[in-house]
Design a protein around this ligand. Structure first.
Ligand code: NDP
Length: 262
């Protein structure tokens, strides 16, 4: 018997318990995966439960991916470079943090596109943009970054060695990645971020926000390939599953549990 949980707030809509419990059942594992919907002050206590063995692993989500770092004994190089942790586990007497979001993003992207010689634009400079930039580090000569707050975008572009472009002077690219939360805000949910003219030149749109957005709707209308944000969730969970259990994840049943075809 082992116990795992997702830590975050709010968690009502989290699909992680469905993904993991379905996978445990499919492999006949006597494991459980629950939710820890906690405030910031309770984070330390939850991590003590990892140290004591009460939890064998944790998924970490909004808004604690950065806040959890000071409480961990060790970070993997990828978690350090991204500056965020989405996976906590106990190993060699230490509570360790790593990041599988970048792999989830990359697995989903390469499943649908060949990145060779493709120009890629990332819109956004928050936590998830950092994971995308880390994932695309080998392709950085072809990566462009833009952001609403220019100074923040410029700093991030410099840190990851990609080209910063002004949001009103976007270059023609093949792949457009929306790493902003603009569509979640009622005030900006009807803004496309790029002109329709510009979008027509793109071959693939990856909007990291779940569900239909104005961007994915417009891309679909224009016949542009879109990648479902839930694929990133699925693939980061698969990597996490393997860290937690040491076993290969049953991808097909996990995909099906969140209504994704695999
Ligand atoms: P952050 O809060 O760290 O960053 C938000 C980003 O969105 C910033 O770049 C911000 O720009 C930009 N932004 C917000 N509002 C607007 C607007 N009206 N117009 C233009 N830009 C705007 O969030 P995260 O990076 O952690 O997450 C971003 C989104 O990615 C989340 O909302 C979530 O839905 C999605 N996500 C999806 C995952 C998946 O598995 N599919 C995983 C993680 C996140 P500025 O710097 O100017 O404020």
């Amino acid at each position: 018997m082992k116990s795992f949980a997702v830590v975050g707030h709010p968690l009502e809509h989290s699909l992680s318990p469905t993904l993991f419990n379905t996978a445990f059942k499919a492999l006949g594992l006597d494991y459980t995966y629950t939710k820890e919907d906690v405030g910031l002050s309770e984070l330390k206590l939850i991590l003590e439960k990892v140290r004591s063995g009460e939890y064998s692993g944790l998924s970490v989500t909004v808004p604690y991916k950065e806040e959890i770092i000071p409480y961990l004994d060790e970070l993997t190089p990828e978690a350090k470079a991204i500056g965020a942790v989405n996976t906590v586990y106990f190993s060699e007497g230490k509570v360790k943090g790593t990041n599988t979001d970048w792999q989830g993003f990359m697995d989903a992207l390469v499943k649908h596109t060949d990145l060779k010689n493709k120009k890629i634009l990332i819109y956004g400079a928050g936590g998830v943009a950092r994971a995308c930039l880390y994932a695309l580090r080998k392709f950085k000569d072809n990566v462009f970054l833009t952001n609403r707050t220019e100074a923040k975008g410029m700093r991030l572009a410099e840190e990851f060695g990609v080209t910063y472009v002004h949001k009103n002077k976007l270059p023609d690219v093949d792949i457009f990645i929306n790493a902003t939360s603009a569509s979640l805000n009622p005030k900006s949910k009807n803004e496309l971020l790029v002109s329709e003219e510009q979008l027509k030149k793109v071959s693939t749109v990856f909007d990291l926000v779940y569900g239909e957005t104005l961007l994915t709707k417009t891309a679909n209308t224009l016949g542009i390939k879109t990648i479902d944000a839930k694929e990133m969730l699925l693939y980061q969970a698969i990597r996490q599953f393997e860290i937690f259990t040491g076993k290969e994840a049953p991808i097909d049943v996990m995909a099906k549990s969140i209504d994704l075809s695999y």
